[in-house]
Design a protein around this ligand. Structure first.
Ligand code: FE2
Length: 426
């Protein structure tokens, strides 16, 4: 064997097992394996889980917070204004690769090995997209990255967008994006979804659309996206990101919509960091929470995953690329602090996202699958969600791609020091 991890606790089991890796795949899994390996890691009863997945990240804006200035109000419109100022300051995206590479490294160091990134193609030179395609290749050693051709300014509201979308897909963008709620009219929004599907059919690509990212209860493009998926045979190949208008729909309409989403197999991607700070800015009190109906969608059997969305950009100034932190926040704002609900939330950053990315058949800790996994400084899923602990080792295809030393706190009693252990193994 090339690598053996001893004394691992898996997500769905209390017993300790060993994981043996050969030629980049799981070759044996079981208690007390007799095999030996060149490299052995003792997990010491810590949780070993499949890698985290970030299915929604804007790498073109990542780490631009404060450049050229911070968003003073914190609002979405001012974020757009600051982004315009950034583009004036860096018209050639000179710093793009350094920033995006750093953001990916942050995510990998925290156990995320799969990323889907939206890159704005509303630029006649497609500069950011071309840089991103280079980075996708350069970073393939540490992360698998899918690129969405994302028309930030709209497909019909920005006349060059359809041609630029086609060019981006020809160059190698993996998915077709869209933003129907930002088109100038409802009719344009519906028509833009038609263009999204036409491109997806032409290039045989999956779809991931920013959909109904607004507080406006009249924004109803998700029903169009889902119904077209059924009509055109795109079931389970379409994702709808954000869908925050759903928190404002009346319950009767939301119920009808859930049936349609279920039938169409549309994946929903919620983004708790950005949407809890950007939505409901027109509310006084009561103030809406700004996130889609994660709990209700999951209960209806719809595949929901979480994205990080922004890492320090004009719309969200915080974040460090930690998907466990995204899940922790979602537990709070989605009222999912029930015991089983917290376990369910862990799925939204792991196996649910694997379905969203179309990699469910090759993902997970199982014989014959690619040996991707994370060893956490926590003994259980609940401790992982509570502590967002150090990712001690991050392994991609059997190779350790990141390691972290956990921090240690000590209490001073007189002349004696006591090491603080935050773990409970609950
Ligand atoms: Fe987004």
């Amino acid at each position: 064997m090339d690598l053996i991890v001893r004394n691992a606790r898996l997500v769905d089991g209390d017993d300790r097992v060993d994981l043996a890796v050969r030629a980049g795949t799981f070759a044996d899994i079981g208690a007390g394996l007799k095999a030996q390996a060149q490299t052995e890691i003792d997990a010491g009863g810590n949780l070993v889980c499949p890698p985290f997945i970030d299915p929604h990240l804007h790498l073109d804006a990542a780490l631009t917070a404060g450049i050229p200035r911070y968003n003073i109000s914190g609002s979405h419109p001012e974020g757009i204004q600051v982004w315009g100022e950034y583009k004036k300051a860096y018209p050639q995206f000179e710093d793009f690769k350094d920033r995006a590479r750093r953001a990916v490294e942050w995510e990998v160091a925290q156990g995320t090995l799969y990323i889907r990134t939206h890159i704005d193609i509303c630029d006649p030179s497609l500069t950011a997209l071309k840089y991103m395609l280079e980075l996708q290749e350069e970073l393939s050693e540490i992360a698998d990255i899918q690129i969405v051709a994302f028309p930030q300014d709209g497909i019909l509201s920005y006349s060059k967008a359809p041609d630029l979308m086609r060019e981006a897909l020809t160059l190698g963008a993996d998915l077709v994006g869209g933003i129907p709620h930002c088109e100038w009219t409802r009719e344009d929004g519906v028509a833009s979804i038609g263009i999204v599907y036409a491109l997806a059919e032409e290039f045989d690509r999956m779809i991931d659309v920013h959909c109904d990212e607004t507080d406006d209860a009249h924004s109803r493009f998700l029903e169009v996206l889902a119904s077209e998926a059924i009509k055109r045979g795109f079931e389970h190949r379409v994702s709808a990101s954000h869908t925050t208008a759903m928190h404002s729909y009346n319950n009767a309409y939301a119920f009808k919509l859930q049936g349609l989403l279920s039938r169409a197999g549309v994946n929903i991607i919620a983004n708790p960091f950005d949407n809890t700070v950007l939505q409901a800015r027109f509310d006084t009190y009561p103030k809406r929470r700004g996130i889609t109906r994660v709990k209700e969608l999951l209960a209806a059997g719809i595949n929901v995953s979480l994205g990080h969305d922004s890492i320090m950009d004009p719309w969200y100034p915080l974040g460090k690329g930690d998907m466990l932190a995204a899940a922790q926040l979602a537990i709070h704002v989605c009222h999912m602090s029930g015991f089983k609900e917290m376990q369910q939330m862990f799925d939204t950053i792991t196996i649910n996202s694997a379905k969203t990315l179309g990699i469910a058949d090759s993902y997970g800790i199982a014989l014959g699958r690619r040996a991707d996994f994370v060893i956490l400084d926590a003994g259980s899923v609940l401790d992982a969600l509570r502590l967002c602990p150090a990712r001690l080792s991050v392994v991609k295809a059997g190779r350790v791609v990141a390691e972290t030393q956990p921090s240690q706190s000590r209490i001073q009693y007189g002349t004696e020091q006591k090491v603080v252990n935050f773990q409970t193994n609950s």
